[in-house]
Design a protein around this ligand. Structure first.
Ligand code: ZN
Length: 245
């Protein structure tokens, strides 16, 4: 199953929220390198013209539309009760007024289902906007791996925690989304995103190669397993009150 496998591999860049533009671009660019020929053809068929044939170019689209497609805003993250050590779909996947399944893991299930059914029957092709489904899914797979996209409700995933990043006053969420990547780009890669991507790609085949099979693995032959991605965000134990709840 082309796209799911590829999207599972998106988690290779483990670790950051609604990544900024560079983060989402890098994640999708790396994932594209793992697409089979069939998968690539299917992706290209769905891409809008603005992508110019490259999925990475539209991987931030979901952030651009979240304010006029306001219903999509809660789909970028899932927060747990404060100081909980764990994530639970039934407990945590809802929006701020309690509507179920409105969270990043719910969205990953939903858009995966749309894309999968789109390749199984023509009714689904008409029923869903599969171009948007692809752009949402490729974005949300990135988001779920940003640790503060699976954060605490009380501090809005680190958005209300003021910190200093070098000389700039900002919030913790923004540090993870953007500033770590920006600083790394400037410091180590001469502000060249292509060089940074190559370096990560080398790590996948080299330094992190032992981890790849576990990244690829969805239990019970599931097509997609976003709960596993959300769980894999490790909460610092000293911050937690309960690891069983
Ligand atoms: Zn996002």
């Amino acid at each position: 199953m082309w796209i799911w496998r590829a999207l599972i591999l998106l988690q290779l860049v483990n670790g950051v929220l609604g990544w900024g533009k560079e983060g989402h671009f890098a994640i999708c660019k790396i994932a594209e390198g793992y697409l089979t020929e069939d998968a690539l053809a299917a992706v290209k068929e769905l891409l809008p013209d603005s992508a110019e044939g490259d999925l990475a170019n539209v991987c931030s689209w979901a952030d651009e539309v979240r304010f006029h497609m306001r219903w999509s805003s809660p789909l970028h993250y899932v927060d747990t009760p404060d100081f909980m050590c764990n994530y639970k779909y039934c407990r945590d996947c809802h929006d701020s007024v309690g509507r179920k399944n409105r969270c990043v893991t719910g969205a990953i299930y939903n858009y995966t289902m749309q894309l999968k059914s789109g390749y199984q029957d023509s009714i689904s092709v008409e029923k869903y906007n599969l171009t948007e489904a692809l752009m949402f899914l490729s974005h949300f797979i990135g988001d779920v791996h940003q640790p503060l996209h699976v954060g605490f409700i009380g501090d809005e995933g680190g958005n209300t925690i003021t910190v200093r990043w070098y000389r700039r006053k900002t919030n913790l969420h923004h540090v993870w989304d953007t500033m770590i990547i920006d600083s790394a780009l400037k410091t180590y890669y001469d502000s060249d995103i292509a060089v940074m991507i190559q370096s990560i790609q080398r790590n996948i085949t080299d330094g992190w190669s032992n981890d790849v099979s576990s990244w690829e693995n969805c239990a019970n032959n599931q097509t997609v397993c976003p709960n596993g991605y959300a769980h894999s965000i490790q909460f610092p134990l000293h911050c937690c009150v309960d690891s069983s709840g």
